[in-house]
Design a protein around this ligand. Structure first.
Ligand SMILES: [Zn+2]
Length: 394
């Protein structure tokens, strides 16, 4: 059973009539086979058409090896009867985007060969991202830019696009960019004299209908370069979305889009300077706190610090410099941070002691004998917890 592909002759036909030849299933979903169809089945990286057939929503279209095209019907709908004549209507905005992306892919693939010596291995036109994998890694930025420029120049030149089934003699004379995947009935797509390639897909009639092409990025992929691109209405939507982001950022910085890079740069430098100033202040505060905790006492300092773990760390470092063991707690909303450090010559086992306190209190933490950190429940009586752990280990 084969289905005549009406879109081969006219890829701009949005509606058609056909006869239902059979009911079938495609991956366990009910489907319909027609004598002819305007619906494009998923192939060659181009997505399937959606639309309506005999009043029933079509949610997927696939072809089998025998040449039959299966129109998958949305769940919960009756299929039109076998033998019935039905009207089909393509989801045109969806097809139109696919045609721009797919034709744009032809143009970009050819431009990548001409300007970057990068032959296309495969392409996928996804619902969100369109990618081309090319056989070169890496590709210099300047060559990618030239390929993009060339592709857009081809669009600006509004070249005529032609798809046909040449005789064997004519086919042999055509400078095809890649070998056909089939032996006979090879369909060729010619984009002016710019590019010839075998293809069974749906295409724009002129390159101007692609609108524009933009390379969004590249990544290395299994020895190839994967190029992400947009074209047509999707390119406009993507660039408009990015423009909204840029304008929002410019508004937040009260500058123009062009001044954003220096504005972000300045913000980064200011942040760095602020962090360094804060570090200095913390060090000075830590020295004062450590001196206050150490005065009038001997031996290990077991205390609660009014600050965060970073301040507790700085205070502990300072106490160690003063020759004192430091067993500090810094209470916070999400529990109490604990920092322990051992002075030179001390026999204190910070990791072991903190491990014991954590186990007894339902906290966590540990470390080396000279230094340990962890977290114990909020509201803990820190000096009592330390005293209990020391007594238990003695
Ligand atoms: Zn094509």
């Amino acid at each position: 059973m084969t289905t005549v592909r009406l879109y081969h002759a006219d890829s701009f036909a949005r509606a058609f009539t056909a006869r239902v030849l059979a009911h079938s299933t495609w991956r366990d979903r009910p489907a319909v086979v027609l004598d002819q169809t305007g619906f494009y089945p998923e192939a060659g990286g181009q997505g399937a058409d959606h639309g309506v057939l005999g009043g029933v929503p079509i949610i997927d279209v696939q072809h089998d090896d025998a040449g039959a095209i299966h129109h998958v019907v949305e769940a919960g709908h009756e299929r039109p009867a076998i033998g019935a004549e039905v009207a089909g209507a393509i989801d045109w905005p969806r097809r139109r985007v696919h045609m721009a992306l797919h034709t744009g892919q032809h143009v970009l693939s050819a431009a990548l060969v001409k300007e970057a010596n990068a032959a296309t291995q495969s392409a996928r036109l996804g619902e969100n991202a369109c990618t081309i994998d090319v056989a070169r890694d890496p590709i210099p930025e300047a060559e990618l830019a030239r390929a993009e420029d060339l592709a857009n120049a081809v669009i600006d030149d509004d070249l005529a696009i032609r798809a046909w089934f040449p005789e064997a003699g004519e086919l042999a004379t055509l400078p095809l960019r890649r070998e056909p995947k089939v032996d006979d009935n090879v369909r060729v797509l010619a984009i002016g004299d710019f590019d010839y390639s075998p293809c069974g897909g749906t295409h724009c009639a002129r390159t101007g209908q692609i609108g524009s092409i933009r390379i969004l990025g590249t990544e290395r992929y299994k020895g190839l370069t994967r190029i992400t691109f947009v074209a047509g209405a999707r390119a406009r939507a993507e660039l408009a979305a990015r423009d909204r982001i840029v304008r929002g950022l410019a508004s937040a910085f009260t500058c123009g889009p062009a001044e954003l890079p220096p504005a972000v740069d300045k913000l980064r430098r200011d942040l760095q300077a602020t962090r360094e100033a804060l570090r200095d202040q913390t060090r000075q505060l830590a020295a004062l706190v450590a001196a206050s905790l150490a005065s009038g006492t001997d031996g290990a300092v077991i205390a609660t610090v009014d600050g965060d773990a970073e301040l507790a760390r700085a205070v502990a470092s300072r106490l160690v410099e003063l020759g004192r063991d430091a067993l500090l707690a810094a209470p916070g909303a999400e529990g109490t941070a604990v920092v322990m450090m051992r002075a030179a010559g001390s026999a204190l086992d910070c990791g072991g002691l903190l491990g014991a306190i954590a186990k007894a209190s339902g906290g966590r933490g540990g470390g080396r004998p000279d230094r340990a950190e962890g977290r114990v429940p909020a509201g803990i009586d820190w000096p009592a917890a330390v005293a209990a752990a020391i007594a238990a280990r003695a």
